[in-house]
Design a binder for this molecule. Structure first.
Ligand code: URA
Length: 417
């Protein structure tokens, strides 16, 4: 067997065997298959797809490409994952709330991918927060305070770690077999018993329409079934960014403001209650969606979610004075307003465009090795359906380079009719 034949087979739209998929995953993980060969195969998969059997094999070999955690000592662990989006800070808000309701949270998150942000990049905006902890400490943290949020740093699904970073830089993110195998391999390797997946749908998601979102949900649910992990997929809207902030530090601040009870944007409320209620049901901590939603909102409003977030940050070495006083976070050099050029109603605030512009500002990566600028991004004041007056401030661009800020403002981020 050799990688050239495997690439050619997929290029020619043929089905790969189990052994060929295993050969690829092992070879790419141990470095005997190069980045450019993997890039060619990934592109062929992106273009020609994979059937359910191939996708399941890819997932399972990726899941077993490194360690597989045994979290049985923690009880019923219900994990949550998002298929990615713009302004998606849901993990930062929901997981401490869920932990405060007694469900152990042992979660491994990713970095930004393509035009979407990643929880690890956001967590690392908090000075001192260590996303890179050894496995014993990860499990100990969950035993001690009920929650640990870390990066893909343990030797879990290393094949996904390499493929995820590669896909990001070769325009191969929006693919059902590649997304399903990426997410489910991590979830299987990280040892959760049950999984709730936020399948985002819209311009700022990898799945642009409801049919493809449903198909991705179906494939992941099926893989979960085969791997004996009860999996529930919830489709959520990603046509405009989630909440009002986009960019790593700016999103962390918005998440903190929600946890402190200062704000609760409607879309954030909808997503945390839908996902949270399903997590509570899977963990046998609620009997109905209504009961689950009430519990999530209760622990947001009574501050228990915020207290758990503080404990989490402290336990992972983060400086909680930044959480207590978010004015301490470093700011971008230029904070320039976006002004309405006419009166009307906001028809579109295109999440995809905003995601791309955030990467342009430096919030995401163009190459695997790029450093990101934590403080850049957007704060919006208006969302779709809001009325605006000519001359009104619609939001702010946070940038470290003035030219970039002006270029972004000239891109007509808001569609007003
Ligand atoms: N999230 C992941 O973990 N993987 C993907 O491919 C997309 C979103």
């Amino acid at each position: 067997m050799n990688i050239l034949d495997i690439i050619a087979k997929k290029r020619d739209k043929k089905e790969l065997t189990r052994n060929e998929i295993e050969y690829f995953v092992k070879g790419y993980t141990d470095g005997s298959i190069t980045d450019y060969q993997a890039a060619a195969l990934v592109m062929a998969i992106y273009i020609n797809g994979m059937n359910e059997r191939e996708t399941t094999d890819l997932t399972l070999f990726m899941a077993h490409s490194g360690d597989v955690l045994d979290l049985s000592s923690l009880g019923e662990v219900v994990d949550k994952h998002s298929t990615g989006g713009v302004g998606d800070k849901i993990t930062l808000i929901l997981m401490p709330i869920v932990a405060s309701l007694g469900i152990p949270v042992a979660k491994m998150s990713g970095r930004g991918l393509g035009f979407t942000g990643g929880t690890v990049d956001k967590l690392e905006s908090i000075p001192g927060y260590n996303t890179n902890v050894p496995v014993d400490e990860f499990i100990q943290n969950v035993k001690k305070i009920g929650i640990s949020l870390i990066g893909q740093t343990l030797n879990l699904a290393p094949a996904d770690k390499k493929l995820y970073a590669l896909r990001d830089t070769i325009s191969c993110t929006e693919s059902i077999p590649l997304i399903a195998s990426s997410i489910m391999s991590k979830k299987i390797a990280s040892g959760a018993n049950k999984i709730v997946i936020d399948v985002t749908c819209g311009s700022g998601a990898f799945m642009k329409n409801i049919e493809s979102a449903k198909e991705l949900a179906r494939v992941m649910t099926k893989i979960g079934e085969l791997a004996h992990k009860e999996t529930k997929c919830i489709i959520t809207d990603m046509n405009q960014p989630v909440g009002y902030a986009v960019g790593n530090t700016l999103e962390v601040i918005e998440a903190i403001d929600v946890l402190k009870g200062k704000i609760l944007p409607e879309d954030i409320k909808h997503i945390i209650t839908e996902l949270g209620a399903n997590m509570l049901i899977l963990a046998d901590k609620a009997n109905s969606l209504e009961e689950g939603k009430t519990k999530i909102l209760e622990n947001l409003k009574n501050g228990k979610g915020y207290e758990k977030f503080i404990e989490l940050v402290q336990n992972q070495g983060g400086d909680i004075s930044y959480i207590e006083n978010t004015d301490k976070f470093a700011k971008a050099k230029y904070i320039l307003p976006i002004i309405a050029e006419k009166s009307g109603v906001v028809e579109e605030l295109d999440a995809y465009k905003i995601g791309k512009l955030s990467v342009f500002l430096g919030a995401g990566r163009m190459k695997k090795e790029d450093n990101i600028q934590k403080e850049v991004g957007f704060i919006f004041h208006k969302k779709v359906g809001d009325k605006v007056e000519k001359g009104e401030v619609l939001g702010y661009v946070h940038a470290n380079e003035k030219d970039k800020a002006n270029e972004v403002i000239n891109q007509l981020i808001y569609e007003i009719v």
